[in-house]
Design a protein around this ligand. Structure first.
Ligand code: R5P
Length: 291
């Protein structure tokens, strides 16, 4: 059975690399908005009897979700035998509990909706915190790809004497694994989030690491406040300018330039969301999982 690879606008580079590595042909589709704001999608390649892989990273998910549903539903109507969604960044994973009375638990609601129109989901390091596995909320088979090995390799090649720093407890799972693989020291801080744009991060203990390059690692950089608070502490302690690594560089609003302006040496992200900071390439990892 043949496999054909489609991609949602904004995922061109990753889709191109996946096509080259898997030899799957790239399918064509069109998405256009009617003047009234409704969306029309059109599948331009033959998918009859074929397995389809669609690459659509789910940052800024609200604008993508309905067109993605239309695409997947139409692919099935046109005869696709199986639809795998490659969403290197999986949205709506952070609201995994009702933090305040009356709030929606969107991680669960989103999972129910997405599971309703795809046959398989492949993603990279989803924000699993209170849920321990995607199968707790997704009813379709899921594959979680860990970026740690590729990040560790990048650090080994690019950073001299790194000291890894996880800005909060949740980042510990990634930081500890990368530190083990790269065989370097690490420290995990504590964070208190007071609001979307207000966080407190505990003071790092870096006395014996003045000759090291601090490397901040987190799964998501959204507003970048978590990173910026951590950077502030490090600069007070007269540490070298840090390198910030996000598995998923969401960079809401001016987050990228705001973080840059704190005096960091470099901001690096994996190519789960297309961005100028993508220096860590996960296409090899993803292509193995779809082959
Ligand atoms: C939260 O739990 C995540 O691991 C990140 O720390 C968080 O998403 C970062 O958000 P922001 O960049 O808005 O501080």
């Amino acid at each position: 059975m043949r496999t054909i690879l489609f991609y949602f606008p904004g995922n061109e580079k990753l889709a191109q690399s996946l096509a080259e590595q898997t030899n799957f042909p790239l399918g064509k589709l069109e998405i256009r908005k009617f003047p009234d704001g409704e969306t029309l999608v059109k599948i331009l390649s033959d998918v009859q009897g074929q397995r389809v892989v669609i690459v659509c990273s789910l940052d800024r998910p609200d604008d993508k979700f309905l067109p993605l549903y239309f695409i997947c539903k139409t692919l099935k109507e046109l005869g696709a035998s199986h639809v795998t969604l490659v969403a290197p960044y999986l949205a709506y994973m952070r609201q995994d509990k009702r933090f305040h009375e009356g709030e929606a638990v969107t991680s669960d609601a989103f999972a129910i909706l997405l599971s309703g129109f795809i046959d398989r989901l492949i993603t990279v390091d989803p924000h699993l915190h209170r849920h321990h596995s995607l199968s707790e909320i997704y009813s379709v088979p899921t594959t979680v790809l860990p970026a740690a090995e590729v990040i560790a390799e990048w650090i080994k090649v690019n950073i001299q004497k790194p000291l890894l720093i996880g800005p909060d407890e949740e980042s510990g799972q990634w930081v500890k694994e990368v530190a083990k693989l790269a065989n370097v020291p690490f420290e995990i801080l504590l964070k208190n989030r007071k609001g979307d744009n207000e966080v407190e991060v505990s003071v790092p203990h870096v006395d014996q690491y003045h000759d090291c390059t601090p490397v901040l690692i987190d799964d998501i950089i959204s507003t970048a406040h978590t990173m910026m608070e951590t950077v502030k502490h490090l600069l007070i302690f007269d540490m070298q300018a840090p390198v910030c690594i996000g598995v998923h560089g969401v960079f809401a609003g001016n987050a990228f330039s705001n973080l840059k302006n704190t005096g960091v040496k470099e901001i690096i992200s994996c190519n789960t969301i297309e961005h100028a900071s993508n220096k860590i390439d996960l296409s090899g990892l993803i292509s193995q999982s779809i082959e």
